[in-house]
Design a protein around this ligand. Structure first.
Ligand SMILES: [Zn+2]
Length: 483
């Protein structure tokens, strides 16, 4: 695939196998392919699935080979191929021979016209650049494009250097050396296989659909950016392409003769009818609070979907609702079960919250571990007449022996008492709490009745401030601190 031209039939067999995988279906069994292969092979931003067609991929590889050939003339294999197939006349004009060639050379030759189109020149001495045909202007056009009438006097083979001499215009700078070719599709001018593939696909298909002109690429971006399950994203992608197997689509494919909506029996059943315009759908949108006015604001269907999918508040529920409307239609057609608008709206809302919850949990699960924050603690003097008890507890590993201790100070910071005690085997939390209690007991026994307790453990703080401690034997003592 990388160095030889693959026959079209071989490429088509490869593509056929991939197509069958995408749409399902066994060998010899017909399955409806809802979106054409050329569209599927576009990038996701251009409305495709980003798959690659074998023909374009083969051409992209040949371009890579051709690019290497043109830009590495000192490589041995390049010298050999040049010696065999490339001629230069006395003026330095290059001719590529085409007869009696190897597969390698056939591949390079096939890619050359497209590569010429994708190459821009960085002008140095101007000798290698054809003045009329090569792209050396900043906006990627050729001067030939500006010639309205073919003038007999024009020398179409003139290089930039020739023209500079002939016209007296600013001469290319000889001291800069040979002209440099740049790959026009990349900002840094370096060849990339991915952009070569895009060029090859466009060359083969010449994409001129309305989606890519008119700046409508963003429609597709919003489908793929939508935060929700992939199967709904793929549904939205099909819907935006108007390729759901609705009655209209089935009629178009001659699978049925009647295209009327089976729910309202008022209009042809198209994608936009099921999801937007059917009275049954409108009722659901109203129940969801996505009102009538926004539904009929004159947008095209794909545009309308894109607009709603990107809404920050309602984008999630919009995607789920569109999917459920299609699901309800199928349940009605195939199982004769009909969900009323209120029930459907309830299902949509609850499923949307399930999705959101799952995403939040997922985000938490994959969030980088947060560093344990430790509040900046500074000793704060108490009010006049009060004392402060500072306590702490810790556990020694590996034997889990715990100890707690602390200080009692007045409001000038003078130490009134200190205490420390071993607690035996314990946990950090118990040691912290026991230390605090010991601090309060010490203060109490020394006659202090206005006591502030300062601890650096949130659990200890919660222990003393929680309201359901009535049965706890420490609680009465702890509450005495403020009396
Ligand atoms: Zn209808």
């Amino acid at each position: 695939m990388q160095t030889a031209v693959l026959p079209m039939t071989v490429c088509d067999v490869i593509d056929k196998k991939i197509r069958r995988f995408v749409w399902g279906g066994e060998e010899g069994q017909a399955k409806v392919h809802l979106v054409k292969w050329e569209t599927i092979c576009r990038s996701k931003d251009d409305g495709g699935l980003g798959l690659r067609s074998a023909r374009a991929l083969n051409l992209a590889y040949l371009m890579k080979l051709g690019w290497t050939f043109l830009n590495n003339e000192n490589d041995l294999w390049v010298k050999v191929v040049q010696g065999k197939y490339v001629c230069q006349d006395a003026r330095g004009t290059t001719t590529f021979l085409s007869k009696a060639t190897s597969r390698l050379w056939q591949g390079i030759r096939k890619a050359l016209p497209l590569m010429k189109q994708e190459t821009v020149w960085d002008v140095r001495n101007g000798r290698s650049i054809n003045f009329w045909h090569d792209q050396w202007l900043a906006d990627g056009v050729t001067l030939k494009d500006y010639i309205a009438v073919a003038d007999q006097d024009i020398d179409w083979n003139a290089s930039m250097a020739d023209m500079a001499t002939a016209t007296g215009m600013e001469a290319p700078r000889l001291e800069l050396g040979e002209d440099v070719t740049l790959w026009g599709r990349e900002k840094d001018g370096r060849f990339q296989l991915s952009s070569a593939y895009t060029a090859a696909a466009e060359w083969l298909e010449d994409i001129q659909d309305e989606e890519t002109v008119n700046g409508k690429r963003s429609h597709w971006k919003h489908v793929w950016k939508w935060q929700g399950p992939n199967r709904i994203k793929h549904f939205l992608w099909l819907a935006a392409h108007d390729r759901l197997l609705t009655n209209s689509e089935r009629k178009r494919r001659k699978l049925c003769t009647n295209d009327i909506c089976d729910m309202c029996k008022q209009a042809a059943e198209t994608t936009e009818h099921i999801i937007r315009d059917c009275p049954e759908a409108k009722e659901v949108w109203q129940k969801l609070g996505i009102g009538e006015t926004t539904l009929t604001c004159g947008l095209g269907f794909a545009e309308w979907m894109s607009k709603h999918l990107q809404e920050e508040k309602t984008g999630a529920i919009f995607g789920v609702a569109a999917w459920y409307l299609w699901k309800r239609r199928n349940e009605w057609i195939f199982e004769k079960q009909f969900q009323k608008a209120s029930m459907l709206a309830y299902r949509i809302q609850s499923w949307t919250s399930t999705i959101k919850l799952a995403q939040e949990n997922d985000a938490k699960l994959h969030a980088p571990p947060q560093k344990k924050s430790r509040a900046d603690l500074a000793w704060e003097p108490p009010a006049d007449g009060w004392v402060v008890v500072n306590t702490d507890g810790s556990v020694r590993q590996p034997d889990s022996l715990a100890a707690a201790g602390g200080l009692i100070r007045d409001n000038s910071g003078r130490c009134l008492a200190a205490f420390v005690g071993n607690l035996g085997v314990s946990t950090v939390t118990r040691a912290e709490i026991k230390g605090a209690i010991q601090g309060l007991q010490t203060a109490w026994s020394r006659g202090y009745r206005k006591v502030h307790l300062q601890v650096d453990s949130m659990t200890t703080y919660l222990f003393f401030t929680a309201k359901d401690h009535n049965n706890d034997r420490f609680y009465n003592l702890a509450t005495q601190k403020s009396k």
